[in-house]
Design a binder for this molecule. Structure first.
Ligand code: 1CP
Length: 348
């Protein structure tokens, strides 16, 4: 693939770029005063995510301040279960709450009939954000669409919200493997369709968030993370062979290598636990690396932030590389520390 005017896309296409492309997971959100103001007036999180004007505005907020090389559409990984008819709500200050799946009959109630209609505001927000990036002068900023991976989304669907150990989901997968596999297959189809539509609406890259991939043993990891991800990658590449895909199997440890080899992703999101030298030697010949500053170093700022950032850049910039965090920005992070980090990356 030839170089473009977007360093983020060039890195994902395997180039070593002159400037270091960067964006931050959760770059739009509660650490920004302008986000908190909007959330105050908009009502709730879902009201914002399904309102194309508001979602566009929130997606643009960090770009206007910091000029990231990529904007990620403001939405959530739980729009898919919601669009399949599962009840979802977000109470202020609490995590997501869903009506949990307890048995096979709950899975058979999931329903594609309103799927596209339900997600239409997300596609509209992508169109408007693409236009806003151009009209506001961010011609070199790429637009990222995203979805949760089937395993991670299934944990929310079965637990009914956040969990510490995913015990209900894992026991379900062991005890009722066929039913769990049905659920994963539904999510594969839904996720591929969602991502393909996001690309049609203007996304230039898509990221699959598998935030809880690290909860699985190696065999289950192959079954519930690698295999479904490969199927989604194949389906998306059938329609859009040139759109890069980033996988983020958080906390996968040495399973990261199996994931890169087994899925066909172009880029791999590294959590901050991954050893940099190992990643550079083992993973970077196979995929563009994205990561992996500990959000706690960003919270701390100062010399600790400088040291941690320089280390990552020194180890990873010899190959295709996108600077990011190892997980999302913490909501209490001072905006000045994000400014410090951006200046640091731009200066290197
Ligand atoms: O204002 C608020 O109270 C809402 C907080 C919030 C925000 C800002 C939620 C609820 N979702 C989001 C946006 C969001 N979620 C984005 C937007 C783009 C960005 O700027 O990065 C993205 C990419 C996500 C993805 C997401 N949602 C993930 C994967 C990444 C990760 O953080 O691991 C997960 C696990 C979720 C579920 C979710 N949605 C919201 C919360 C608080 C959670 C996490 C719950 C938990 O910890 O289990």
């Amino acid at each position: 693939m030839l170089r473009t005017d977007k360093p983020f896309l060039d890195a994902l296409n395997g180039h070593v770029t002159d400037k270091i492309p960067f964006w931050f997971m959760r770059q739009a959100g509660r650490y920004l005063p302008e986000y908190r103001d909007l959330r105050e007036s908009a009502g709730g999180f879902l009201e914002m995510a399904y309102n194309p004007d508001i979602a566009t505005e929130i997606t643009m907020q960090p770009i206007r301040r910091f000029g990231m090389d990529a904007a990620i559409i403001f939405s959530d990984i739980l729009t898919i279960p919601h669009a399949l008819g599962q009840h979802l709500e977000f109470a202020q200050g609490e995590g997501p709450k869903l009506d949990p799946i307890n048995e096979a009959s709950d899975i058979s109630r999931l329903d594609f009939s309103k799927f596209d209609q339900h997600l239409a505001p997300v596609y509209q927000a992508l169109k408007q954000t693409k236009a806003a990036l151009t009209s506001e002068g961010f011609a070199n900023t790429a637009l990222i669409g995203f979805a949760g991976s089937p395993w991670t989304v299934a944990t929310y669907m079965i637990e009914g919200g956040s969990s510490k150990d995913f015990f209900k989901t894992k026991s379900f997968a062991y005890a009722q493997e066929e039913e769990f596999s049905n659920l994963i297959n539904i999510l594969i189809e839904a996720t591929a369709s969602y991502l393909i539509n996001q690309i049609a609406a203007g996304a230039e890259c898509v990221q699959l968030f598998d935030s809880w991939a690290g909860a699985l043993d190696s065999n289950s990891f192959k079954k519930w993370v690698i295999k479904p991800t490969k199927q989604i990658v194949d389906l998306v590449k059938d329609s859009h062979p040139d759109v890069p895909i980033i996988g983020f199997p958080r906390m996968a440890g040495t399973n990261y290598l199996d994931y890169v080899q087994g899925t066909g992703v172009n880029g791999i999101g590294l959590d901050h636990q991954v050893n940099l030298k190992w990643a550079a030697r083992t993973l970077q010949p196979l995929a563009c690396l994205q990561g992996n500053l500990d959000p706690a170093a960003l919270m701390a700022g100062g010399d600790a932030l400088i040291l941690a950032t320089e280390q990552i850049i020194t180890e990873l910039r010899q190959g295709p590389f996108v600077f990011n965090l190892g997980h999302g920005i913490h909501k209490d992070t001072p905006v000045e520390h994000v400014e410090q980090l951006v200046d640091l990356i731009k200066g290197m």
